[in-house]
Design a binder for this molecule. Structure first.
Ligand SMILES: *Cc1c(COP(=O)(O)O)cnc(C)c1O
Length: 216
């Protein structure tokens, strides 16, 4: 199946309140433009340099989302254009995003990444660190728009569901404090159907649209 057909099949099956981030990391401009022609406007990348190059070369009505782990010294390169940063996993990073956003006179929407997986390798805040950030108070140039998380990579659907439920519970608590925080970014190619059943409002899907990635 073509990229366009894959995209149409996924969009058809998404509930109206769930938005799609097409994860285009490692994919070239031609492949991204195929999805663009299919109507897709939100793309997700996990490397700042790769995203910035694509932003420069591709149509300006694309919304670029940073979905990967962010190094603080790279924030300045994406501050002028990034539409949403999904993986904010420390107060230090949030403060740096605020600083760089201020320099270019903008407000950058951010999601706080909660660690929900069993794997120690995945990034994210624990529940105490999440509270600490929420209690820190106002930063004028970032907007906390919700939460993001990644489930354990496992065939055990029960475990995946349990992890998504934990994320949803935290999301509901954050939304009480911050009424504008209305994005819950959870679900990838392998688990997005479970994520939607558990309350996701934004799924990040790469390989089911573009095919497997080749890392060279
Ligand atoms: C790569 C990636 C995805 C997409 O993964 P697929 O399994 O290809 O859909 C989603 N979220 C994050 C954070 C990623 O790094």
């Amino acid at each position: 199946m073509s990229i366009k057909e894959n995209l149409a099949r996924i969009l058809d099956a998404l509930p109206k309140n769930v938005s799609l981030v097409a994860v285009s990391k490692t994919k070239n401009n031609e492949e991204i433009m195929e999805a663009y022609k299919g109507g897709q406007r939100i793309f997700g990348e996990n490397k700042v340099q790769e995203m910035t190059q694509k932003w420069e070369e591709l149509p300006k009505d694309i919304e670029w989302h940073m979905i990967g782990h962010v190094q603080r010294n790279k924030v300045k390169y994406m501050a002028p254009y990034v539409a949403l940063i999904h993986g904010v996993d420390s107060l230090k990073l949030l403060i740096e995003i605020n600083k760089q956003a201020q320099k270019v006179n903008t407000v950058i929407p951010c999601l706080l990444q909660l660690h929900i997986a069993e794997e120690a390798s995945k990034f994210g805040l624990d529940e105490n660190e999440l509270k600490e950030i929420l209690d820190y108070g106002d930063l004028d140039h970032v907007k906390i728009s919700g939460l993001m998380g990644m489930a354990t990579y496992t065939p055990d659907n029960k475990q995946i569901r349990k992890e998504f439920q934990k994320l949803k519970k935290n999301f509901d608590e954050v939304a009480l404090k911050l009424p504008d925080a209305n994005i819950l970014s959870m679900g990838m190619s392998g688990d997005y159907k479970i994520a939607i059943e558990e309350g996701s409002t934004m799924v990040r899907i790469g390989s089911s649209i573009f095919g497997e990635r080749n890392y060279t």
